[in-house]
Design a protein around this ligand. Structure first.
Ligand SMILES: Nc1ncnc2c1ncn2[C@@H]1O[C@H](COP(=O)(O)OP(=O)(O)OP(=O)(O)O)[C@@H](O)[C@H]1O
Ligand SMILES: [Mg+2]
Length: 593
């Protein structure tokens, strides 16, 4: 019930809307009662005594008109309310999810998260629009009918209502069951959405490995599981109407039996009794809807519990309440005894006591075998993950004490896998600086050696590049990502050099672009290429989460049995580049320094 109350709070700001809907419902309830009431004059006056035909006819039309009017506005306004609540809930959920840490996203899948935003929030809409609307409207109609019945014959009315508790108990029991099966059903839906999402994202691999059948089978099994749980939901839901109907039948039989005696005794006229029975019969509609209210409510509670469960998850990367903005970077970045383990890393430390410091303007190269922890190490600088031991500080300030926004504002990043958005190239380059002018964008693209290929595209900078930039080549994507980092122009730069082998020409372009990017910046470069490593002010050799060696290229090479020398020997640091290009890059780099 907590979840439901919390949901209601989202509706609270829309008081006018609710008041309007309530008014419409009162009209609806009164018109419903009037409908039943009119049966009495029809039988007692119009049919028997041939009088009041005109006034009764007009009253009938008026009653139907107002019932329609009330019905229309109450459902329209309640639906509006439902859509508003859902819109706000969705926006808040999205915003909340986006603020989550990298660890959160490595636990949850995109498909599953989308399912919460779409399906669970959709269920909530049903609750607000239908359930709350029905609950108030139909209860009011019910009150109207009941009032009429009591007005005619209180004893008879009471008799007819004795069946009610009989009907309510199973309703409540079924509601609990329904909540459980609805939760299952939403979970299955989430799983199905996850399976589909993964297959679509990885469509190339699916095809290349001929796994279409397997993926389809996975999906079919997910959708079959969904079908089965949905059937359980239907099973519970379908029990309700026949049950209500049966109880109603008993009530009508009772009324008939008692009513015929009352008429014989002269306590009721035929018209009054017919009108009474009509009210009783008309009650069936609202009762049937109300019997589903609890059901819908339980479904909505199940869905909103799943939503609030996510909303209540707070990111591991917390900002302190008194976090101050980080002043412009001037002096040094220091890692002190940094230890890190992934939450799901089986208790092993991925980074094990790393200490070093980098002065402003320096370039540090980080090298090491695959899996040594290089990416993990640099991911802690913008606080994608927080250290589990030790500290990282910028100009003497622990990065956990400054505001996350101000920290990330000073960091530019080119990641190991290039991430682009399905927008125009210009928008992608200006991602960090949304207000950038066309000239700035072009300048960044030129510096990143991307301008030439962009110019050959049919729509130039306005070309949209597909999801994750699929319509560009790997090297082109990298250069757009570099232009994006260049435009952001932040003092600290993190570069996770992709190892993908490009052809000599595009490699040279990318390499040149990176060199431009690193000019006058403090940079952490995860390097795989000798040309980058040679230029570094310091090379940190990482081995299974520890620093094995630190030094410049020549110093490290001089150590006969050093780790760096071995990496070099095993060609884990690429030296194979066309000589001319290497020389050209080197001289360019030299002159740039
Ligand atoms: N999200 C994660 N959850 C749990 N373990 C992880 C996660 N990401 C990486 N790891 C583990 O941490 C270790 C270090 O990974 P990391 O990505 O830092 O390596 P790397 O040095 O960048 O390697 P590469 O050169 O291949 O990019 C690996 O053993 C990896 O399995
Ligand atoms: Mg890596």
């Amino acid at each position: 019930m907590d979840a439901f109350l919390r949901l209601l709070r989202y509706a609270a700001p829309h008081r006018m809307l609710i008041a309007g809907a309530m008014l419409a419902m009162v009209v609806y309830g009164a018109a419903s009662a009037a409908q039943a009431y009119l049966i009495k004059p029809i039988i007692d006056e119009v049919l028997t005594a041939q009088s009041s035909l005109r006034s009764v006819a007009i009253a009938i039309v008026v009653a139907y008109f107002f019932k329609g009017l009330g019905g229309y506005f109450s459902s329209y306004l309640m639906d509006d309310l439902g859509h508003r609540v859902v819109m706000r809930l969705r926006n808040e959920l999205f915003r909340h999810l986006l603020d989550q840490s990298a660890a959160f996203f490595s636990r949850r899948t995109t498909g599953a998260l989308l399912s919460r935003i779409n399906n669970d929030v959709g269920q909530v809409h049903r609750a607000v629009a239908e359930t709350v609307g029905d609950l108030s409207r139909e209860s009011l109609a019910l009150v109207g009918y009941a009032a009429l019945m009591f007005y005619y014959d209180a004893g008879l009315a009471l008799l007819c209502m004795t069946g009610a508790p009989l009907a309510i108990y199973p309703l409540v029991r079924l509601g609990t069951r329904l909540r459980t099966v609805t939760r299952w059903s939403q979970e299955r839906l989430e799983h199905m959405s996850h399976v589909a999402g993964e297959a679509f994202t990885g469509h190339r691999i699916v095809k290349a490995f001929g796994a279409e059948q397997r993926e389809a089978a996975k999906f079919e099994s997910a959708s079959r599981a969904l079908y089965r749980t949905n059937l359980k939901v239907t099973g519970v839901l379908s029990v309700l109407p026949p049950m209500m109907e049966f109880v109603g039948g008993i009530a009508i039989a009772g009324a008939l039996w008692y009513g015929s005696r009352e008429i014989a005794l002269g306590n009721l006229s035929a018209g009054e009794f017919t009108s009474f029975v009509a009210a009783l019969l008309l009650m069936y509609g609202p009762v049937k809807k109300l019997s589903r209210v609890n059901a819908n409510l339980q479904q909505a509670i199940a869905a909103s519990e799943r939503i609030f469960e996510l909303m209540d998850q707070h990111t591991e990367v917390k900002e302190l309440a008194n976090a101050v903005p980080l002043p412009a970077f001037r002096d040094a970045i220091e890692f002190r005894d940094v230890v890190f383990s992934y939450a799901d890393g089986h208790g092993r430390n991925t980074i094990r006591g790393v200490s070093f410091s980098v002065r402003a303007g320096q370039m540090v190269a980080i090298v090491g075998r695959s899996g040594a922890g290089k990416t993990t190490l640099v991911n802690m600088i913008p606080r994608f993950y927080d250290v589990t031991g030790g500290s990282i500080s910028i100009d003497g300030r622990d990065i956990r004490e400054v505001s996350v926004r101000s920290l990330r504002d000073q960091i530019g990043m080119v990641t190991q896998e290039t991430v682009l958005f399905d927008e125009t190239i210009a928008d992608n380059i200006a991602y960090g600086v949304p207000g950038a002018s066309r000239e700035q964008i072009e300048a960044a693209a030129r510096a990143a050696h991307a301008h030439d290929f962009i110019a050959t595209l049919p729509e130039g900078y306005r070309t949209t590049i597909g999801e994750r930039g699929q319509r560009l080549s790997g090297g082109q994507r990298q250069r757009v990502a570099i232009a994006r980092a260049l435009l952001k122009n932040s003092p600290i730069l993190i570069l996770d050099e992709a190892t993908s082998s490009l052809d000599a020409e595009s490699e040279r372009l990318v390499q040149d672009a990176l060199m431009t990017l690193m000019l006058n910046r403090t940079s952490f470069v995860i390097a795989h290429r000798l040309s980058t490593v040679r230029r570094a002010d310091a090379i940190i050799v990482l081995d299974r989460g520890r620093i094995a060696e630190v030094g410049r290229h020549d110093e490290l090479m001089a150590r006969a049995n050093g780790v760096y020398a071995r990496l070099h020997q095993m060609q884990l640091i690429e030296t194979k580049r066309p000589v001319g290009v290497a020389v050209q890059t080197a001289t360019k780099a030299e002159s740039a320094r």
